[in-house]
Design a protein around this ligand. Structure first.
Ligand SMILES: Cc1cc2nc3c(=O)[nH]c(=O)nc-3n(C[C@H](O)[C@H](O)[C@H](O)COP(=O)(O)O)c2cc1C
Length: 199
């Protein structure tokens, strides 16, 4: 099972970095798999630490993958050499236990050394799930056929129309704009859209 989270890390100079990333659990260990090149990977290797932030503010997922909003407030983590989101439902502080290196996608096995709960979970919201799915599409635009993106966005739009609040509508707007920007850039470069199906 993979949980979609916001991973926060700090560079050597303390500069925070925020990235949506899937987290798997293997027994007591949390497993992260960043594709190279990755600032998250570089920061974890240097600091041996990261934080998993559990949030339903899907603007952070959409803001990071579209680069529309990347500077969400962070504060220092309590126990590890990292930062955490200033606002989340909960967070888990991780230390690097083992790294299986790979030219494309290294696997990082992390140990949780501290957890904090901050706010209650209000329940599932379909528009939030739709934004997370849309953010994954946007992060893979370079390899997905345009008609697949259109079909999936049209389906996800139903949940947005029925159940979104302000944050979800803002996040969805960033995703829709990023897709339009990507297509305009392709056209300007004179290239045809990619047609390699990923899965
Ligand atoms: C829900 C979600 C899950 C993601 N999971 C991963 C992941 O497991 N590994 C990865 O390399 N990128 C993942 N991405 C894409 C990264 O967030 C994005 O490529 C980011 O720029 C990572 O690079 P960075 O560490 O340099 O910021 C995910 C994106 C979304 C929206």
């Amino acid at each position: 099972m993979i949980h979609e989270t916001i991973v926060t890390t700090a560079a050597c100079d303390g500069r925070p970095h925020i990235a949506p990333m899937g987290a798997r659990y293997e027994g007591e260990r949390v497993v992260l798999s960043p594709f190279r090149p990755s600032t998250t990977l570089d920061n974890i290797v240097a600091s041996r630490a990261a934080v998993l932030n559990f949030t339903t503010d899907v603007r952070i997922f959409a803001g990071c993958v579209t680069h529309c909003a990347t500077d969400w407030p962070t504060v220092r983590a309590s126990r590890v050499a990292s930062v955490r989101l200033a606002e989340s439902l909960a967070h888990a502080e991780l230390e690097l236990d083992e790294m299986r290196d790979d030219a494309q996608r290294p696997v990082l096995f992390m140990k949780c050394v501290h957890r904090e709960n901050h706010a209650p979970f209000a329940g599932f919201n379909r528009a939030q799930s739709a934004v997370v799915e849309g953010a994954i599409l946007v992060s893979r635009l370079f390899m997905l056929p345009a008609d697949k993106v259109d079909r999936e966005m049209a389906y996800l739009q139903i949940a947005i129309d029925k159940t979104a609040g302000d944050n979800e509508r803002t996040a969805w707007g960033w995703l829709v704009a990023a897709i339009a920007r990507h297509r305009a850039n392709l056209e300007a470069a004179g290239g045809a859209p990619a047609t390699v199906a990923h899965h």
